[in-house]
Design a protein around this ligand. Structure first.
Ligand code: AMP
Length: 201
């Protein structure tokens, strides 16, 4: 039996770029599970699990959870049956080491990422968005100081991934400014163009 086609996607961008909103649209359109490491950590904190207790202070301070721990969680998640149609990773990988860990997990199954959506937004715009989200959602890591720190962590640890995925020829840069619909239209058009040769093959 031939394996069903898979769509393995990643969405990346600075905190506040609108990744969560766009991720929910992408998973709906492609019918793949949404794997958000931030959501996994927040759910564990809320449920008071040992993992939640281990990561809560780091998350509140806007610091990254250690690679080893994060890699283990994603590796475990990618072994679930529901990723047979593919997946959308949101917020992972976030460091070069995490990219290598993900490569190893996917390679062991002869898989690889098909496309990486980069949501591009201006830093001032992003900080304004996050401060607004803080009022609405009350996330503990949405204070101005933590927001600044998270932007800095992104610039230092995650920004290098843009070049890395660009070199692999799977990066799709999308302008993240505008209405939610405008941005998702841009994402879908770019993804369709990128994935078309594969589905036509
Ligand atoms: P997010 O919802 O993706 O913005 O993630 C919220 C927080 O969870 C981050 O600021 C980190 O503290 C932690 N986190 C999420 N994903 C990762 C990751 N891939 N590596 C390390 N820490 C992460």
């Amino acid at each position: 039996m031939t394996a069903a086609p898979q769509t393995r996607l990643l969405i990346i961008g600075p905190p506040g770029a609108g990744k969560g909103t766009q991720a929910s649209r992408i998973v709906e359109r492609f019918g793949v599970p949404w794997i958000s490491t931030g959501d996994i950590f927040r759910a564990n904190i809320k449920a008071g699990t040992p993992l939640g207790q281990r990561v809560s202070q780091l998350i509140e301070a806007g610091k990254l959870v250690p690679d080893e721990l994060t890699n283990e969680i994603v590796e475990d998640r990618l072994r679930h049956e529901d990723v047979s149609s593919g997946f959308l990773l949101d917020g992972y990988p976030r460091t070069v080491d995490q990219v290598h860990a993900l490569d190893r997990v996917l390679e062991s199954d002869a898989r690889a990422l098909d496309a990486v959506v980069l949501l591009e937004v201006d830093t001032d715009e992003v900080v304004a968005r996050l401060l607004k989200r803080a009022e609405i959602e009350g996330r503990v890591d949405d204070t101005e100081e933590v927001i600044r720190h998270r932007q800095q962590v992104y610039a230092e640890q995650t920004q290098p991934l843009v070049e890395l995925f660009g070199d692999r020829g799977i990066l799709i840069a999308v302008d993240g400014l505008g209405s939610v619909d405008d941005v998702s239209d841009r994402i879908f058009a770019a993804l369709d163009a990128k994935l078309e040769p594969k589905t036509a093959a």
